[in-house]
Design a protein. Structure first.
Length: 102
């Protein structure tokens, strides 16, 4: 995480990370991912690894683009920038505030 934070502070091109659910989930939980490219192949497995690990941190995404390449479909999402705080309710119905513009 430290390296990615340091790289984000520098000027230059985007950081491209290719990896499995563990690295993606950790970076997403730290709010270090701004865009996602998700490729869908027409294969139903019935089981397998999750794309994202479960967590309590909701992040809103906006579909930016869709590309079809033969049987493969690629979805491009961008993290939605919300202003101020977004209030959600936990199981005890207590309000909690999450800052989304980190």
């Amino acid at each position: 995480m430290t390296l990615v934070r340091q790289l984000r502070q520098q000027s230059g091109k985007a950081i491209w990370i290719v990896g499995g659910g563990a690295i993606v989930s950790a970076l997403a939980a730290a709010h270090l991912i701004d865009e996602y490219w998700i490729q869908i192949a027409p294969v139903l497995l019935g089981r397998g690894k999750r794309l994202f690990e479960p967590n309590d941190d909701e992040q809103r995404l906006t579909l930016a683009d869709t590309t079809v390449m033969g049987e493969l479909t690629e979805l491009h999402f961008k993290k939605t920038k919300l202003t101020g705080c977004c209030f959600t309710w936990n199981n005890n119905f207590n309000a909690k505030c999450k800052e989304f513009n980190q």
